[in-house]
Structures are given as C-alpha cells and as structure tokens.
Design a protein around this ligand. Structure first.
Ligand SMILES: C[S@@+](CC[C@H](N)C(=O)[O-])C[C@H]1O[C@@H](n2cnc3c(N)ncnc32)[C@H](O)[C@@H]1O
Length: 240
C-alpha cells in the first residue's frame, strides 16, 4: 500500500489511469469471474452491506463509488426500493455495462479522488470491492466527509486478509489458484487477476483502515468481518 503522506497529483493520476485501463480490459467478464472466485457469495456480502446501510439511511441519495457493472444498485433496487442510488465509476466500459443491463438508473464517470459534487449532498457513500484500488484513501475519505450530510455514513465492503495465519495461508493458496483459473475459464486477462491477488495481500488491516477513517473525521460504527475475515464491511459516521 502507498505511503499516504507522499502521494503527488501526478502519481495519483497515473495510478488511476493504469487501474482504469486494466478494469476496462476485464469489464466484460468481471461479474462472472467475481461470482466464480467468491463461490457465489459476493451477492450475500453485498446484501449484508445493504442491511448496514438501511440502519442509517436518511432522506438523500446514496453515492456508489466504483459501481462496476452496477451489482450493488441492482440489488438495492430490490432490497431498499425507496433508496435512490447515484452509481459512479472511473472506467467507461463498466458504466456502459451498468447502463445497458439496467442495473443502475443514474450513472456518472467519476474518480474517487475528486468527487464533483456539492458539500452535504449524500446520506451515504458506499463501495464494494473498490478500496484496495484507490491510490489515496485519505483524499477519498476527505471527499466523502465533504459531500456527506450531517450524520451521513460511509459503508464500504472489501476483501481483506484473514487474521488467523493458517486460514490466511489457505486463503492465499486458494486465490493463487482460483484467480487465474477463473480468468482462463471466462477468457479474461490473467495479469489483471494477478494484480487482484497482490492487492489483497497489500491491503490495510481493519485496525489500520479504521484509524485512517478516524483521522479523516469519521466515527467508527461497525467493522463486520465475514467469511473468516476474508471480507470486511466498514461502517463509519461523519463527524460534522
Ligand atoms: C473490483 S471492481 C468492483 C465493482 C463493483 N463495485 C462490485 O460490487 O462488483 C472495482 C471497481 O472500481 C473502479 N475504480 C477503480 N479505481 C477507481 C477510482 N479511483 N475511482 C472510481 N472508481 C474506481 C473500477 O473501475 C471497478 O469498476
């Protein structure tokens, strides 16, 4: 993971350009491979995330960062039908898929580092499987802080490394085998999935993530570790 205190504008933009072109290449097969690797549990994890979101909803839209093919907003339209989602992504190919599949009603191309929205616009900012890809988490969380209404929340789901060493060993082994296999079966680029494997290994621990959130002006509400710690949902409330 990056040293968050030494990131320049140029390195941030270069990182985002690289990540976006990588996601552009795998956009078509992403959803199938994600379901394959997670053994179909990805939807259950998103459902658990939406349950947390429901607990703190206010009367304002939800901003979905890195919406990909729109899996979260599609599920939300069934689970939380009254909640309005604004689905955003940096990668054009994903926005096209989200639009054409009818998974998302309102879409915009947005970088998590520069949210083009007024202060106090959203009741929540959500993301699923995105945090590991961002070049500057503090910048992103500060943008969330600015655009959230008073008492608004962030509710973020991501893959994490299991805390118990033997489990983390087998998890890492599984990822090493399942990622290239999934890519091969669905005819996608294996390089992108090698990156995914590395990004999980380098991700912050939930303790580290929570202290970054606190530093950026959030109060931690819940840290839900699921599936033996391979997946974590971070829920935190903005302090304004
Ligand atoms: C692993 S996919 C997750 C997609 C979706 N949220 C899901 O639930 O499956 C990560 C997504 O984050 C997007 N992304 C990566 N970096 C981003 C950034 N800096 N700003 C906005 N979106 C970004 C990618 O384009 C991709 O769609």
């Amino acid at each position: 993971m990056n040293d968050l205190n030494t990131i320049t504008k140029e390195s941030r933009q270069e990182w985002e350009k690289g990540i976006s072109s990588m996601f552009q290449e795998i956009a078509e097969s992403y959803e199938k491979i994600n379901t394959f690797i997670s053994m179909g549990m990805d939807q259950a994890w998103r459902r658990a995330q939406l349950k947390r979101l429901e607990q703190y909803m206010q009367d304002a839209p939800v901003l979905d960062i890195g919406c990909g093919p729109g899996s979260l907003s599609a599920l939300a339209s069934k689970e939380l039908p009254k909640t309005k989602f604004l689905s955003t992504d940096i990668t054009w190919g994903f926005l096209e898929i989200a639009a054409n599949s009818g998974n998302a009603d309102t879409l915009a191309q947005v970088s998590a580092s520069d949210l083009p929205f007024k202060a106090n616009s959203f009741s929540a900012v959500v993301s699923a499987f995105v945090l590991r890809n961002l070049p500057d988490l503090k910048r992103f969380y500060r943008e969330c802080h600015r655009t959230l209404k008073k008492d608004g929340i962030i509710c973020m789901l991501d893959l994490t490394t299991p805390p118990f060493k033997p489990i983390s060993f087998f998890h890492s082994l599984y990822m090493k085998m399942a990622l290239p296999l999934g890519a091969k079966i669905y005819g996608s680029k294996t390089e992108a999935y090698e990156y995914l494997d590395r990004s999980i290994k380098n991700c912050y621990t939930p303790q580290e993530m929570n202290s970054i959130l606190e530093e950026c002006g959030f109060k931690i509400l819940h840290t839900d570790r699921m599936c033996m710690g391979t997946v974590t949902i971070y829920t935190a409330q903005v302090i304004k």
